[in-house]
Ligand binder design. Structure first.
Ligand code: TA6
Length: 314
């Protein structure tokens, strides 16, 4: 029995219809429910036997992930925009088909266009082992074809259980080889950045964005007492965020990625950024699963590339 909508604006009607249709087609009782998020954005709420997550269809942005009995592992700014066509400041924004500035045209949007575009649900599934999966597909627009003139499909597979697995799948559906860089730009919730260390990148090399991407060596654990914005090159290892304030450790494992970005804006950059509270630098750290910098992915016609990150608590 479909509910009748007797009041509200056309936009509210359309959103309610969209939510109602999404639940009719993809909802799974006790596992997948679509609801209106801030500003009416469509949100998929995922409940598995051992963890929960939520995902905005805007940008295909995973907003939250919490193993049962634990606080959210991800972080979203209290000042984030929640508007169709705008990137969300937090969660796991999808950077695609390039990471950072466009390699040849700085006028193109930073981090590409996937993180502010419309994504639609392809399927949902509650698996026998109690995990819950959803696949989103990015809707391709004319704007995209001007920014990236190659036929492609882009999918985001999210599997929720005790860990969160996010797979970004690029398929070349055209007749020419193309190149991408990409990232799962994960914002992790921490208690106090000055009490956090990151392990897994010791003795590797990184490009320091704050010094025109000069290459440097990483000695020991990464700690934070100033802005950090680094692309760690030739890195495929797990990273562990040791959050002393929250007394927990977050492990990020990955495949299909040969570089890792570590970023905290610290005081001045945070104050200068839009949709980020001045003191919010204290409560998040980005450890990003990427193919960035010289870590370029070439995809031949008919082939695909999978960028995968698995996040969990130690
Ligand atoms: O991943 C780190 C980074 O490239 C930083 O340089 C900073 O620009 C951050 O991404 C956020 O970028 P955004 O375009 O979301 O403001």
């Amino acid at each position: 029995m479909r509910r009748r909508f007797l009041s509200g604006t056309y936009k509210e009607f359309m959103m309610n219809t969209q939510i109602s249709d999404l639940n009719d087609e993809f909802g799974i009782e006790g596992a997948v429910e679509f609801a209106e998020g801030p500003n009416g954005l469509a949100i998929a709420n995922i409940t598995s036997n051992s963890g929960k997550a939520s995902i905005a269809l805007n940008g295909g942005t995973v907003l939250s992930f919490a193993p049962n009995g634990e606080e959210d592992v991800l972080w979203v700014s209290s000042e984030s925009a929640f508007e169709e066509g705008k990137a969300i400041r937090g969660g796991i924004p999808v950077c695609w088909p390039w990471f950072g500035s466009h390699p040849t045209d700085a006028s193109k949007p930073s981090h590409g266009f996937a993180r502010y575009s419309a994504w639609r649900v392809a399927y949902t599934d509650a698996l026998d082992d109690g995990t819950v999966a959803i696949r989103l597909e990015m809707a391709v627009s004319d704007e995209m074809n001007t920014l990236f003139p190659y036929p492609f499909s882009l999918y985001l597979d999210v599997c929720v259980g005790k860990t969160l697995m996010v797979n970004l799948i690029t398929r070349n559906t055209g007749t020419e080889t193309f190149q991408i860089t990409d990232a799962l730009h994960s914002y992790f919730s921490i208690g106090d950045i000055s009490q956090v260390t990151v392990s897994g990148l010791e003795s590797t090399q990184y490009l320091d964005k704050l010094e025109k991407f000069r290459q440097k060596g990483q000695d020991g654990l990464i700690s934070f007492n100033k802005e950090v914005d680094r692309v760690y090159i030739d890195t495929k290892s797990d990273c562990i965020i040791d959050d002393a304030a929250k007394k927990r450790k977050i492990r990020i494992s990955k495949t299909g990625s040969s570089s890792t970005v570590v970023w905290n804006p610290w005081i001045e950059t945070a104050a200068a950024m839009g949709n980020l509270g001045d003191n919010e630098y204290l409560e998040f750290l980005c450890v990003e699963t990427t193919n960035a910098g010289t870590d370029i992915i070439e995809i031949k016609p008919g082939d695909r590339h999978v960028l995968s990150a698995v996040t969990g608590l130690e």
